[in-house]
Ligand binder design. Structure first.
Ligand code: NAD
Length: 469
């Protein structure tokens, strides 16, 4: 069978199972989540090995934290709360409709499609799928074609622990991904770039399939001059060099007050030297995913230099790095202008433009003058100013005084806003995304329905008068 035939046959069999058996009962959801938990714990090293095979080199610790821990944490949280999430919610009824009763019932949406990117190829495929299972749905997963080793591992995992009529993994190239997005799913969750997100939304519109779009963007960092520069630099370097900057919520551009640029550059260089004293053989330093992305990042650095920027490579041991191994040091870009690609597109790698701003207000205006980002970071110990910055800007999520960590909060929704995404998941928000909130009104045996039924009479007039007031 070709990849496309496999896709259609997988969809048809999962769809048929939904039509015949419907959603998954609570006990099945709990059991499948437990199986996933056990499998992931038992295969943590294999996950690290396969992701690393796809990357050339991916730090084992980064995989254990961002792909294994993140999913394990999510499953434990879902198992602890699922019964409570699934409870019907009685709702008040207005006097006019009493003694009828009302409630919200959470029903699984049906067959869900998950399209995953390459940057956290395990987590961003399995985590939405598990949220859909928690909501009682059946799922098809399409991993990225750029991470075939992880895709094969996901396929094996799902085959080993899930019945084929509940979860299927379909692999293949962009043609398969495109066909996938055109299937009549009951919900489609896409994680990837804003440009492909646009195509996915258009494809889903054909069947009016609702979409959750987890997209990207240029996530800014703003540092208040009162905040200790060393501390900000350390947390920015952490967020920027985790997975070598190939993170949807990685700090993209750094805004600091004009007078602090030099201090910040020095502090960032020092923080890089502390965390990554060497790069070439350092197991903690992740490679760029493939030659195309490595060449893209190199060309963006060259473009910035050619257009007049000062580019500083943070290469603490001054090593000569073999391009074939795709380890790219952090490059700071000073004097960036609107003509440079690094100032226009999501960087998604270890390049960090530093933009001087005269005041906090100018920093806020800079952020608001651009498309709404997926994340925003603000460093300031002053709570009132933090509230003010949050109120005056928009982004999918925010971490204050650190980077990345709002992603790991299971009680917070994770998603973008506008061009950085639509909808959210994680914890209860994932359950909600894949559930239909069905409103149910139940009429009482004795009720006033007759009063508002034709033939209307003077009594109806009196009733309507009371209703309208
Ligand atoms: P991408 O958009 O190139 O690809 C994502 C997925 O879409 C892949 O599986 C690919 O096969 C599929 N695809 C490609 N063309 C398609 C089409 N025409 N129709 C349907 N599917 C198609 O993104 P990428 O390069 O894999 O990932 C990087 C992007 O993802 C960055 O922009 C990053 O910010 C974003 N991202 C967002 C999040 C988030 O949670 N918001 C997380 C990780 C990455």
């Amino acid at each position: 069978m070709s990849d496309l035939e496999t896709l259609h046959s997988a969809f048809d069999s999962v769809r048929a199972a939904w039509d015949q058996q419907g959603g998954l009962p609570y006990t099945v959801r709990m059991e499948l989540l437990k199986k996933a938990l056990d499998w992931i714990r038992a295969h943590r090293e294999e996950i690290a090995t396969q992701v690393s095979a796809d990357y050339g080199h991916r730090s084992r610790h980064e995989t254990l934290m961002a792909e294994v821990f993140a999913v394990v944490d999510e499953i434990k949280h879902a198992r602890a709360h699922l019964a409570e999430w699934m409870e019907e919610e009685p709702r008040p009824v207005a006097l006019t409709f009493k003694p009828g009763t009302a409630k919200v019932v959470w029903q699984p949406l049906g067959v869900v499609g998950v399209i995953a990117p390459w940057n956290y190829p395990f987590q961003l495929a399995i985590s939405p799928a598990l949220a859909a299972i928690g909501a009682g749905c059946r799922v098809l997963i399409k991993p990225s074609e750029l991470t075939p080793a992880t895709g094969a591992l996901l396929e094996r995992m799902c085959r080993e622990i899930f019945p084929p009529e509940v979860v299927r993994v379909v692999t293949g190239d962009v043609e398969v991904a495109t066909a996938f997005s055109r299937l009549p799913f009951d919900h489609l969750l896409f994680t990837g770039s804003t440009s492909v997100g646009r195509k996915v939304m258009a494809a889903a519109a054909e069947h009016l399939t609702p979409v959750t779009l987890e997209l990207g963007g240029k996530s800014p960092v703003l540092v208040h001059p009162d905040f200790p520069t060393d501390r900000a630099a350390e947390r920015i370097v952490y967020g920027k060099l985790f997975n070598a900057g190939q993170t949807c919520i990685a700090p993209d551009t750094l805004l600091v007050e004009q007078g602090q640029v030099d201090a910040m550059v020095g502090a960032i260089q020092a923080a890089v030297a502390r965390s990554y004293p060497t790069i070439a053989e350092n197991p903690d330093y992740t490679s760029i995913i493939n030659d195309r992305h490595y060449a893209r990042l190199q060309s963006w650095i060259d473009d910035a230099r050619a257009k007049g920027a000062t580019v500083i490579a943070c290469n603490p041991a001054n090593e000569t790095l073999d391009p074939a191994r795709r380890k790219l040091p952090l490059h700071l870009v000073l004097g960036g202008t609107a003509e440079m690609t690094v100032m226009q597109d999501e960087i998604f790698g270890p390049i960090l433009p530093i933009v001087p701003v005269a005041t906090l207000d100018e920093g806020i205006r800079w952020i608001n003058g651009r498309p709404r980002p997926l994340a925003m970071y603000y460093f300031d110990w002053d709570r009132k100013r933090c509230d003010d910055v949050i109120a005056r800007t928009q982004s999918g999520g925010v971490t204050l005084n650190d980077t990345l960590l709002h992603f790991a909060q299971l009680e917070l929704p994770f998603g973008g806003v506008g061009p950085s995404g639509t909808g959210a998941y994680h914890g209860w928000y994932g359950f909600r995304t894949f559930s239909h909130e069905r409103g149910v009104f139940q009429q009482a045996r004795l009720n006033g329905g007759k009063l508002i039924t034709a033939p209307y009479s003077p009594l109806t007039d009196k009733v309507v008068k009371v209703m309208v007031g």
